[in-house]
Design a protein around this ligand. Structure first.
Ligand code: NAP
Length: 495
């Protein structure tokens, strides 16, 4: 096997997936002392199945989270430098096979994330009206690979799970569409949300208010939208023991989230004691209610004529060791839609060893391995497809440090195989020959300008121009991007 040594020749690297995990992996390598000192040269191509970069930040972060969406600015700056070549609209496994990649790149880092909903194996989960929150997120974020319309006729909706995705999806279901007009939501999403008939969103946690995975900021945000009343059940809090309260105080995140819940509960109890009408957190009239239910373990989705008609839960409590146990008490709710927000799940990549129980690529410290642990030289993984769908975006940076350290170690030790076709343009010719309409960084820049232009031409409910309006049909995205690419190429040729 010919191997790659630092300084002998540039390292040809392909990164699959242009979300934070992919961009940070490429950036960590390019910022390594070996590259900075000139000891190692890297030629890096960054692929994405979508015509656009930024993965889950563009298609997974809620549109009303501009602070998190703002991470795109940092990623944009990295890709705009020009030392990482973006190639979008290229699907690994179909448009480009593992063998074609290995022929042209010494090393490949898979950073494809996790897009699907984890399964909830209870009776009735496949009834019409039962959805995955990840699919709903992809719809409201305008992912072009998802349907353009979303059924929102249900008045009573359940959200299963107590993580931040449940909060995002519950907020999007309860917030008025007009409040979302100041975001980048696509036109079809605005229209869908405007006609939604939702009156009550019920968020169910299988454990208690002190065991949720919510983060403080995102919890407080639930009460921000106008017209939304938060409803709590005092009985859920009465079960909390002094020992548990002590444990809550020892954990800052838990303490803050719990304090927010208690604040809402006290305000609700005070109002009820005075016999006052419910209001939203701003004192305004209530249009929708958002109920937080704890100690509810999902047992069955109840149906009528093949459609969701309700849901059965078993009430739970913590045993002496702090482990959740069922109480045997069953409780039913009338509902017309059920969303499961119980975590994401990574998808298998053709030809890459996959752990189907965890939805991740088999790996050790980012080195892809066979199921038996044997390392496959030159293949690496980063982000959620490496370690599972947990942790905030920042965590992919430390993850990238580990993966890139493994890569550099293997390179130093001569364990990275050398690609046979070392011409950087060979990949472009291959894609063209196969009729793959790939997009480039210049194409993305053109699409971005187009979206910002669409936003400037319309106004939000307060008369301000919108930041951008996302283009959804895939063909339209590719058309705008490729037109921009051609314009850039002919301008460069003229210069
Ligand atoms: P998560 O934080 O892991 O939460 C999953 C929730 O589902 C937990 O409450 C879990 O309960 C529950 N669950 C799992 N299996 C269940 C079952 N069979 N029945 C009932 N409940 C079940 O996952 P996530 O919400 O998908 O978020 C993924 C990551 O993205 C997290 O790190 C999150 O913070 C991050 N994120 C951040 C934001 C943001 O705005 N900052 C937005 C979205 C996502 P148990 O705890 O009892 O297992």
């Amino acid at each position: 096997m010919t191997t790659n040594q630092p300084s002998a020749q540039p390292l040809r690297l392909a990164v699959i997936g242009s979300g934070p995990a992919g961009v940070y992996a490429a950036e960590t390598l390019l910022r390594s002392p070996q590259v900075k000192s000139g000891e190692l040269e890297v030629q890096c191509d960054l692929f994405d199945a979508l015509p656009t970069p930024f993965g889950l930040i563009r298609y997974g972060v809620a549109p009303d989270h501009p602070r998190i969406k703002g991470i795109i600015t940092a990623l944009h700056r990295i890709l705009d430098r020009g030392d990482i070549r973006f190639l979008g609209d290229v699907e690994f496994g179909t448009d480009l096979t593992a063998a074609e990649l290995r022929e042209r790149y010494d090393a490949v880092i898979f950073a494809t994330g996790a897009l699907k909903d984890a399964e909830l194996n209870i009776p009735g989960i496949d009834l019409e009206g039962s959805y995955g929150a990840a699919d709903f997120v992809a719809w409201y974020d305008g992912n072009p690979d998802y349907p353009r319309t979303w059924p929102l006729e249900a008045q009573q909706v359940a959200m299963i799970g107590n993580g931040n995705v449940a909060l995002d999806a519950a907020r999007m279901l309860s917030k008025s569409a007009d409040e979302l007009l100041r975001t980048e939501i696509p036109e079809n999403v605005y229209e869908g949300l405007t006609s939604a008939r939702t009156t009550d969103v019920h968020v169910f946690g299988r454990r208690g208010p002190a065991q949720s995975k919510f983060t403080p900021l995102e919890t407080r945000e639930l009460a921000h939208p106008h017209g939304v009343q938060i409803v709590m059940d005092p009985a859920d809090f009465a079960m909390i023991t002094p020992e548990e309260r002590e444990a809550i105080r020892a954990d800052r995140r838990r303490e803050q989230v719990f304090a927010t819940f208690e604040g809402w509960l006290h305000a609700q109890q005070e109002r009820e004691a005075k016999g006052e009408e419910p209001t939203d957190a701003h004192g305004g009239p209530v249009q929708r209610r958002l109920h937080l239910h704890f100690w509810h373990k999902p047992i069955e989705v109840l149906g009528e004529d093949g459609r969701v008609a309700g849901m059965r839960f078993e009430r739970t409590r913590l045993d002496a060791d702090g482990t959740m146990e069922g109480t045997g008490e069953l409780v039913d709710y009338d509902l017309q839609a059920v969303y499961r927000a119980i975590g994401y799940f990574g998808s298998e990549l053709p030809g890459v060893p996959y752990d189907e129980s965890r939805g991740v690529i088999h790996n050790e410290a980012g080195r892809v391995t066979e199921a038996d642990g044997e390392v496959i030289p030159g293949l690496f993984a980063n982000g959620w497809i490496k370690r599972g769908p947990v942790g905030l975006i920042g965590a992919t940076k430390s993850d990238a440090a580990e993966t890139v350290a493994s890569l550099l170690e293997d390179l130093e030790a001569g364990r990275i195989p050398s690609a046979s076709d070392r011409d950087p343009d060979s990949i472009l010719r291959l894609l063209e020959d196969k009729g793959v309409e790939f997009t480039t960084w210049q194409g993305w820049t053109a699409l971005e300008e187009h979206e910002i232009g669409l936003g400037a031409a319309v106004q939000d409910s307060e008369g301000n121009p919108r930041p951008r309006v996302k283009v959804v049909p895939r063909e339209e995205m590719v058309r705008v991007a490729r037109e921009g690419q051609r314009a850039h190429e002919s301008a460069s040729a003229d210069a």
